[in-house]
Structures are given as structure tokens and as C-alpha cells.
Design a protein around this ligand. Structure first.
Ligand code: DAH
Length: 348
């Protein structure tokens, strides 16, 4: 390698001078610091730009044109950077030191609702348009509403203490044997609200309930010990499975897009007969995604709340709010929804 010629060395130093000057001006955060950077780089007496200008005399005449051009560019850049820095740190005060309220302000960043809340609100709006009212129930439930009245017998595996958050089981009143009756628990499904609504009113019923449910699942990309469900219930004379499918299809297309198709797969839930899993397919894709369960309300459930299954029928469904929200926004990890990292939340 040959040693660099004096012109290349001089040009490289001009570039380094530009970089140093630009970062000094960028970092300067007060009028005093901007002024100090100006004196250091653009000062008339001993400024570094001034010294660089003088260097031209030391160069061979044939190199002066190239050096001069680069010098002018560097000086121009530093002068505009200085101007920009000066405006940036300028005190927003008038000549008597008062704040000048006519100057443009800094726009504050506005917050907005969490994507799950947005999803819930949209569901309330969409189902509201087809006549569904919002119902609520407690998150701390009792075993009767979470299981018994929903036709889930004491021996059912879903009632296992390892799969539920029972509270104060030590003080339960029902003695040994299966946990039952008035034992409090964190509800494991919003189907509890079906029972609460039907206990409180006579048919016809057309409600949705949105809320938190709790299950002791290990947290990973698709599971959490707390998540949200939307429950739907419609009971009236002559309600059929066709009504169920129409309502769910209407909803899926309104929330996720016109090209969404839904499909029912035969399944089993103690509180519905027949029961189905509800799958949805996007954008002509190949993978059906399970969104929840549904079915015709089991006559035993209607009887448990004092309705006459000979007179009325109903459908019910339960969908995962996180799933809907994650599908809609292409979010691939449920944990992101609970960490409340504003860099993530800002996107919605
Ligand atoms: N409660 C069920 C669950 O959490 C979901 C469900 C299935 C709700 C069928 C319903 C239904 O209303 O009809 O897994």
C-alpha cells in the first residue's frame, strides 16, 4: 500500500470535520451549547472551519480546486446545521423573557384504548346492530353458575381443581366429595352469564356478555391464566341452528372482512345440544382457525333457570376475544396484549 497523497488526506479530514461539527450541533440541547459549538467550528478567529480554510495554502496548486469545492460544501452543511440547531433550542420567549404563546407548540402524544378494549367495543357495536344487548356477570362466581346450572355434572373433568381457581374451598359448606354449590371461584367461562341473565328475565333473550375468564394455564404464546370471552345467547320461540349460523357469519364478516368464511364442526359441550366448534377461514387461506364453541341451548339448562324447553329454544356461543383481536391485527403472541409496552400498543 502506498501512503495516501496529501489531497486525499486533506479531503478525509474535511469529512471528519463535518461529522464532528454535525454531531456536536445535534447533541447541543441549550442555546449556550449551540453557541459553544458554533464558536468551536464556525468561529471567525480560531474556529476549526477557519483553520481548514487556511490549509488550502499548504496544498499543491493543482489540488486546490478539489479541496476548495469540498471545503465550501462542508462549511455550507455546518452553517445550515447550526441554523437548524439554533431554531431547535431557541427559547420560546419574547424580549422581556415571557413565554410567547403565539409560537407553535409541541403536539402532545395522545393515548388511546387498548386493542382488546377496542375489540370489545367493536363487538358491542356490531352485535348491538342486530339487536343484542350487553349483559354482565361477576368474575368471582359460584360453582352453581359456572358448572351445575350449565349441565356440567360434579364428575366432569372440567371441574378438576387443577383446572380451576377455586376460592376458599377450605370453608365450603357442602362437605366432602365433589366441589359444588356455593363454593366461590374465578369464573372459567362467560357461559355463567347465560344463567344469570335467564334467572333474571323471561324470554325472549338476546344478549352478549364480554369479560375476563380464568384458568390455571401455563403462559405461552397462545395461553394465559386470564383471557377474555364474548358470550352470546338468544332464546325465543322457534330459534334454530340456522339463526346461530347467520348471526355468527354476519359477525365474522363485519369484524374480520367480507371474504371470511365460517364453518361448524360437530363437538360436545354439556350446555348445548347439538354442539359445534366454530372455525373461520381468511382470504382464501388454507388454514381454518378455531374461534370458539357454540350450539343449541341444552333443555336441561333451560329447565335449570325455569324456562320451558317445550316452548322456547335458544342458541349460545362463546368466542375468544384475544383470538379475534390477534387475527384482526396479525399479532402472534398473546403476551404482547398484557405487557403494556407502549411501543407495541401505539400501533393500534
Ligand atoms: N364456554 C365454552 C368454553 O369456554 C365456550 C362455549 C361453547 C360457549 C359453546 C357457548 C357454547 O356458549 O354454546 O370453552
Amino acid at each position: 500500500m502506498t501512503a495516501a497523497d496529501p489531497l486525499s488526506t486533506a479531503l478525509a479530514e474535511l469529512d471528519a470535520l463535518r461529522d464532528a461539527g454535525l454531531s456536536a450541533l445535534e447533541l447541543a440541547s441549550t442555546p449556550e451549547r449551540v453557541e459553544a459549538a458554533r464558536v468551536e467550528f464556525l468561529g471567525q478567529k480560531n474556529g476549526r472551519v477557519k483553520s481548514a480554510q487556511e490549509r488550502i495554502k499548504t496544498l499543491d496548486p493543482s489540488a486546490r480546486k478539489a479541496y476548495g469545492q469540498r471545503f465550501n460544501a462542508v462549511k455550507g452543511d455546518l452553517e445550515s446545521a447550526f441554523e437548524a440547531a439554533r431554531l431547535r433550542v431557541e427559547r420560546k420567549t419574547d424580549d422581556r423573557g415571557r413565554i410567547d404563546v403565539t409560537l407553535p407548540g409541541v403536539r402532545p402524544r395522545l393515548g388511546h384504548r387498548h386493542p382488546l378494549t377496542q375489540t370489545a367495543e367493536e363487538l358491542i357495536d356490531l352485535f348491538g346492530r342486530i339487536g343484542f344487548e350487553v349483559a354482565r356477570g361477576p368474575e368471582v362466581e359460584d360453582v352453581r353458575h359456572n358448572f351445575d346450572a350449565l349441565n356440567i355434572p360434579p364428575s366432569h373433568p372440567a371441574r378438576d381443581p387443577l383446572d380451576n381457581f377455586y376460592l376458599a374451598v377450605g370453608e365450603r359448606t357442602s362437605g366432602e366429595g365433589p366441589i359444588g354449590g356455593d363454593v366461590p371461584m374465578l369464573r372459567s367461562q362467560t357461559s355463567t352469564v347465560q344463567i344469570r341473565v335467564m334467572e333474571a328475565q323471561k324470554p325472549p333473550v338476546r344478549v352478549i356478555a364480554i369479560g375476563r375468564v380464568y384458568r390455571p394455564d401455563t403462559v405461552d404464546a397462545t395461553h394465559s391464566f386470564m383471557f377474555h370471552q364474548v358470550e352470546g345467547l338468544m332464546v325465543d320461540r322457534g330459534v334454530t341452528m340456522a339463526d346461530l349460523k347467520s348471526v355468527l357469519r354476519l359477525f365474522a364478516r363485519a369484524y374480520l372482512g367480507r371474504d371470511v368464511t365460517i364453518r361448524f364442526r360437530p363437538s360436545f359441550f354439556p350446555f348445548t345440544e347439538p354442539s359445534v366448534e366454530v372455525d373461520m377461514l381468511w382470504h382464501g387461506g388454507h388454514r381454518w382457525v378455531e374461534m370458539g364453541g357454540a350450539g343449541m341451548v341444552d333443555p336441561n339448562v333451560l329447565r335449570a333457570v325455569g324456562y320451558d324447553p317445550e316452548e322456547v329454544t335458544g342458541f349460545a356461543f362463546g368466542l375468544g376475544i384475544e383470538r379475534l383481536c390477534m387475527r384482526r391485527h396479525a399479532i402472534d403472541d398473546i403476551r404482547l396484549l398484557y405487557q403494556n409496552d407502549v411501543r407495541f400498543l401505539r400501533q393500534f
